[in-house]
Design a protein around this ligand. Structure first.
Ligand SMILES: Nc1ncnc2c1ncn2[C@@H]1O[C@H](COP(=O)(O)OP(=O)(O)O)[C@@H](O)[C@H]1O
Ligand SMILES: O=C(CO)[C@H](O)[C@H](O)COP(=O)(O)O
Length: 485
């Protein structure tokens, strides 16, 4: 929906959210008012080619913003699903993707998880089987275990590129003979990093942000890769720059400006993950306030004065400015509901739910075996039987089960010394369900309400605005310095 273009006075800011089931864009003005918001599903069959789907939907989404509004966009920022990883040829990140993307919830094998545990500090979030580090180790390991199938060599041959590949070095996950490289080392990018690179086309050795790089092993406290990671033979594959969310990275390329109608001086800013973007959108500022993202997955973020990290429970701390957002992400959530009910069916059944009469079905709703948080168990089995004959009772059992997981997550954080929970704001598709809010409030024992701005793309747009303001301030300071001298 687009407000009349005359409302779109002054610089505008575009936030793009690439979630699990679809992508959304929000354009806001300097005051944070939404000028236009659009969304697009990835379409049937997207899972067969995530990279092609994301690439297509990115330009379709930008193209569906009103041209007049598009022409006023001063900065763009992305949020993507956390630990969704791509391995690219840095010479051609748009088309030179060297292996199928590994999604946020794909747990890597036990050997790789053991290799991550052997190199990282105990209980570090990068040791989780779904971490970006484990995904990188899987790709790195393939060079040793199956050279013929090594993606980057096959890809290079198919495109007549000189073969990129690791420089001669001993692999930490196997004995690697010398493999002289005739091209640049492949580059690991997160989904949000890669989408941003499609717009600025100036990827170099990669730029990521504090939040996306956390599960790779980046330390947002020291704002650097820790020594245990920097000294690994695969360190050359890591994004070279990791900056605060919202930091200006580069301008859109001339070709992309011509293709999209974005201004040639439009800034592409560093992004974040989808649950952090939802947190930014919600405008939470006090310790004890929390945001639960009820999207395809259940992600919990509590603003805490204490930093907590324990992979045994899937708990980690993101940094935003100078505060810590402690929490994690469960595999439960809306993706389970969608297995049984369309959004329309949810709307029809919800009035029949009775929060005052719990079903006591005791479900642990999961879309498939495996859980990340507040239980970190890649083999945890779903529990969603027996299924009552009445769909309203079955739905209530599922909603109660997800609410139980949310409550257990906040209890775990409290047990570990996080700031006491005071209030929960809800983002994502599930925020629209008043009966679910009632069920959750009963479980949590604190006020629960829908965030006024619950869309992650709004949070990404706020980060774009922050980056543009940062660039303007730096320009003003530079011109003042010139005058002073
Ligand atoms: N009325 C509702 N009650 C509960 N859940 C809902 C409702 N409407 C949509 N959902 C859930 O919201 C999810 C989509 O939310 P969204 O924030 O778009 O997810 P994502 O960005 O992770 O793809 C779906 O899985 C759907 O089951
Ligand atoms: O589950 C997800 C898919 O939507 C989230 O992207 C992700 O796992 C949340 O991670 P983070 O806490 O790093 O934002």
């Amino acid at each position: 929906m687009a407000l009349a273009a005359p409302h779109a006075q002054g610089p505008l800011y575009l936030g793009l959210d690439f979630g699990t089931s679809g992508a959304r864009a929000a354009v806001i003005d300097e005051e944070g008012r939404v000028v236009q918001d659009v969304k697009k599903g990835y379409g049937e069959g997207a899972a067969a080619d995530w990279i092609g789907s994301w690439h297509r939907v990115l330009f379709e989404l930008i193209g569906s913003v009103d041209p007049q509004i598009r022409a006023g966009v001063a900065a763009v920022a992305f949020d993507g699903t956390s630990a969704t990883a791509l391995l690219v040829d840095p010479r051609d990140p748009a088309h030179g993707v060297l292996a199928p993307a590994k999604l946020y919830n794909e747990a890597q094998n036990k050997e790789v998880a053991a290799a991550a545990k052997a190199m990282a500090p105990p209980a570090h979030t990068a040791t989780a089987p779904t971490s970006t580090l484990c995904k990188l180790l899987t790709w790195w390991n393939e060079v040793d275990t199956d050279p013929a199938a090594t993606h980057w060599r096959r890809h290079a041959a198919e495109r007549g590129l000189s073969s990129p590949g690791p420089s001669t070095s001993a692999s930490s996950v196997g004995s690697r003979g010398s493999t002289p490289s005739s091209g640049p080392a492949p580059l690991l990018l997160h989904q949000a990093d890669w989408l941003a690179a499609l717009l600025h086309e100036d990827v170099g050795r990669g730029t990521s942000d504090w939040n996306n790089a956390l599960k790779l092993g980046f330390d947002p406290g020291s704002e650097a890769y820790p020594d245990w990671l920097a000294r690994q033979p695969f360190a050359e594959l890591l994004p070279a720059r990791v900056v605060a969310p919202g930091t200006p990275v580069a301008r859109v390329s001339a070709a992309v400006a011509a293709r999209t109608g974005l201004p040639g001086d439009c800034l592409v800013c560093a992004g974040t993950t989808d649950s952090i973007a939802a947190f930014v959108a919600a405008g939470v500022t006090e310790a004890g306030q929390a945001v639960t993202s009820l999207g395809s997955t259940l992600a919990v973020k509590l603003l805490s004065t204490t930093r907590l990290d324990d992979a045994a429970y899937g708990i980690y701390s993101h940094r935003l400015g100078d505060v810590w957002l402690v929490g994690g992400a469960s595999n439960s959530g809306g993706a389970v509901l969608r297995r049984f009910f369309s959004d329309e069916q949810l709307k029809q059944l919800t009035p029949r739910l009775r929060p005052e009469a719990p079903t006591r079905l005791g479900y642990y709703p999961l879309p498939a075996p495996g859980e990340r948080f507040p239980v970190a168990d890649p083999e945890l089995q779903p529990r969603m039987e027996p299924r009552p004959a009445d769909d309203a009772v079955f739905l209530q059992g599922l909603l109660e089960g997800i609410a139980d997981i949310e409550a257990a997550a906040y209890r775990r954080l409290a047990d570990m010394g996080a700031s006491p929970l005071k209030e929960v704001l809800t983002a994502g598709g599930g925020a629209a369900n008043p009966k679910w809010t009632e069920i959750r409030q009963q479980q949590l024992g604190v006020p629960v309400r829908a965030a006024e701005q619950g869309e992650a793309c709004y949070g990404a747009a706020l980060l774009a605005r922050q980056g543009a303001r940062q660039a303007r301030a730096a320009k003003a300071a530079a011109s003042t310095a010139v005058v002073a001298n």
